[in-house]
Design a protein around this ligand. Structure first.
Ligand SMILES: [Fe+2]
Length: 169
């Protein structure tokens, strides 16, 4: 096996660990979200994340590699910040704005990883795996876009950020 292939597998282990760690926090994030719209999309992405884990397990069995023997320290660090995100004194929109900012950091990290992984799969001519990784990155892009929409709104002033800024002024 080439170093490039080994490095590909090491990064698959990283995202597999990252996704599994993220899953544990979803029920808490859904509960902490105040707006119905945010809750709804977090529930949708919770299900997508479970599928992403399954997809990675599929990739592991396709490659005959055990992806479960590594811990993603970066995700561990990102998730640790959750303890500062939920603040009982926050007004609802401020709380949701903080939750969205927190989740978008995670999404961007995952998008970076999936982005590299899908190009590595392409170079390794693992077409099926490349298409599975593309499905996951698409879901990450979509939720990231949706969160920006909820935060910023469709028109100036109708997103959570604007309301959060006005009400806590
Ligand atoms: Fe994910």
């Amino acid at each position: 096996m080439s170093d490039f292939y080994r490095m590909f597998v090491a990064q698959l282990k990283e995202i597999y660990s990252a996704e599994k760690q993220e899953i544990h926090l979803f029920p808490e994030m859904i509960q902490a979200a105040k707006s119905g719209e945010l809750k709804k999309w977090l529930k949708i992405h919770f299900e997508e994340t479970k599928n992403q884990v399954k997809r990675l397990e599929q990739i592991g069995s396709e490659l005959k590699e055990n992806l479960g023997d590594a811990q993603c320290e970066a995700m561990k660090g990102l998730l640790k910040e959750w303890m500062h995100v939920v603040q009982p004194h926050y007004q609802d929109d401020v709380q949701d704005a903080a939750i969205i900012a927190f989740i978008q950091k995670i999404k961007h990290y995952e998008i970076a990883l999936y982005g590299s992984l899908k190009t590595f799969a392409k170079h390794l001519k693992k077409d099926k795996i490349e298409s599975w990784l593309k499905e996951s990155i698409k879901e990450e892009w979509q939720i990231d876009k949706k969160l920006t929409e909820i935060a910023e709104g469709h028109h100036i002033g109708d997103g959570i950020n604007c309301k959060a800024c006005k009400k806590s002024a």
